[in-house]
Design a protein around this ligand. Sequence first.
Ligand SMILES: N[C@@H](CCC(=O)N[C@@H](CS)C(=O)NCC(=O)O)C(=O)O
Length: 240
Amino acid sequence: MIDVYFTPTPNGHKVSIMLEETGLPHRLINMDMLKGDHLTPEYRRINPNGRLPAIVDHEPINGPEADSEPLPVFESGAILLYLAEKSGQLLPDDPRRRSQAQQWLMWQMASFGPMQGQAHHFIRYAPEGQTYPVERYRNETIRLLNVLNGRLSETDYLAEEYSVADIATWPWARAVRAIGLTLEDYPAVQRWFDEIAQRPAVISGTDVKNAANLSSARPVLSQEQWSNLFGKNMLNAPSR
Ligand SMILES: N[C@@H](CCC(=O)N[C@@H](CS)C(=O)NCC(=O)O)C(=O)O
């Protein structure tokens, strides 16, 4: 059984989609970031970075030094690779495609997610009127959408076949609407997005119960909630 410390955001949906695709037995543990569930010492023993998602595999992959200790895994990209190895699915066997899947997964983790994440922060959460960071991260997201569109104009999926790279990138392509962008401007991305959206595992992995807040309205947070996400509570969380 795999415990998934989950919140319905693009990073959380990567893992819920992957688990639906692979059929690995799991249970979702809903974490309320506004209440600071991710800041507790117990959770930071699972994810020292204090972010979501993370998993704990109670029957970890056996290796030469296998033991029966549950294995915590943090960072959504590392979780996808772990689940791909465990299930033997969604990481291509062919070395060229395998490398492509790893490259595009790293691209999502290092660029498409973080840059867009900053755009979400400055457009939806930060005090209004900060034009420089809004333009900087929105433009960077547009640049990355053009990169994605270029790749998907050449090939059906990021690594030629459907893989962890698509699973990592799709929820972030879905999120661009919350910062006022539309996939209609990126026809190859739109074609790829619509096709993946029809997969049963993607539908169940992002079902209504787990819906991300993708409206472009600015969320209203109490001081405590703000602090749990961006302020002092987050900084002062004890690590042990
Ligand atoms: N690189 C990390 C990013 C994780 C991340 O930033 N998660 C967000 C939710 S999508 C979070 O935990 N936010 C809580 C906070 O910022 O305090 C991953 O891919 O797992």
